[in-house]
Ligand binder design. Structure first.
Ligand code: AMP
Ligand code: ZN
Length: 290
């Protein structure tokens, strides 16, 4: 396949995903959650080029040189492509850098780096997107991420979490939730990388220096090894496709069981408990989000 044929088929796959799952409309005010990586940069590029009302939203997690480099890349990319960039500083919002907050929390719990980071990122993205009047948040999650997460939820028996996955995240709707969607849901990591390289996007291909999730790393290696030894390149795709077939019934089941959405007694953000996960973690670090 020529480079230009590859680009066309890749772009068609993303557009087909958006249409098939009705992820976005031209009336949506979209914020692309930009990390400075290839996936979210590709999404910001494509949505802007296709005429969607899309801006970028980046959280400065203050993970030293890593965050500085990622931020410089996102700023350069957005300026070159005429995309409005909204920045959020974790220190202003939550009272400390990701590294500081995490080290305080891990002195009291066994939660891993990516779990803590994920909780804070989702909280910040939702709050900021709502404040900016957005109707959708786009993330760069791809098929490899989703296949790994499906397997991790199986291994841990965390089905309520699995029910909140899929191309449109979340089981509950609420006026305070901005819907998160994943247009790269059916795109493989290696194809997105190839696309980003062809487009010469200024992005960071190294993994985050704090990503120490052993389970995810092992599952990733296991799936790659399986694809090699069974000479079946469709293993990840099959996991994701089987999962999306089960998803509607899983959602139905776990939706009815959940107690619905409440608002956190401390910060007012939507949560299924009295106090949200972010506030609970921040307390351990002697901080507060109210
Ligand atoms: P990760 O949780 O690092 O695997 O990233 C998954 C997705 O979350 C990325 O594709 C982005 O859309 C979003 N994301 C990650 N880090 C940031 C960040 N610092 N600022 C905004 N969005 C982010
Ligand atoms: Zn809260």
């Amino acid at each position: 396949m020529t480079d230009s044929a590859f680009e066309k088929s890749f772009e068609k796959k993303v557009l087909d995903t958006i249409k098939k799952h009705k992820l976005l409309s031209k009336k949506d005010k979209i914020l692309v959650a930009c990390s400075g990586g290839k996936d979210s940069t590709t999404m910001a590029y494509l949505l802007h080029r296709w005429g969607y009302d899309a801006e970028a939203l980046m959280i400065d997690l203050r993970i030293g040189e890593w965050s500085n480099k990622s931020m410089a890349n996102v700023k350069r990319f957005c300026a070159a492509n005429g995309i409005k960039l909204n920045m959020v500083d974790i220190r202003d919002e939550l009272g400390g850098s990701m590294c500081y907050l995490r080290s305080c929390i891990q002195a009291k719990t066994k939660l891993n780096n990516c779990t803590i980071c994920g909780v804070f990122k989702r909280w910040l993205l939702n709050k900021k997107a709502r404040e900016l009047g957005a109707t959708k948040i786009v993330t760069g999650h791809n098929m490899d991420d989703e296949a790994e997460t499906v397997m991790m939820n199986l291994f841990r028996s965390t089905f309520t979490l699995a029910a909140s996955m899929g191309p449109i995240a979340g089981t509950e709707e609420d006026k305070k939730f901005v819907t998160r969607v994943k247009p790269l849901y059916y795109c493989l990591n290696r194809d997105i990388r190839h696309y980003a390289e062809l487009k010469k996007f200024p992005v960071e291909y190294r993994p985050c220096p704090c990503s120490t999730d052993v389970m995810r790393k092992n599952v990733r290696e296991m799936l790659t090894e399986l694809e090699k030894t069974t000479k079946n390149p469709l293993i990840k795709e099959n996991i994701v496709k089987s999962f999306t077939k089960l998803l509607p019934s899983m959602r139905e089941r776990y939706k009815r069981r959940g107690g619905g959405i409440k608002y956190c007694k401390n910060c007012g953000e939507p949560t299924t408990e009295e106090e949200c996960q972010t506030c609970k973690l921040l307390k351990m670090a002697g901080r507060s989000a109210d």
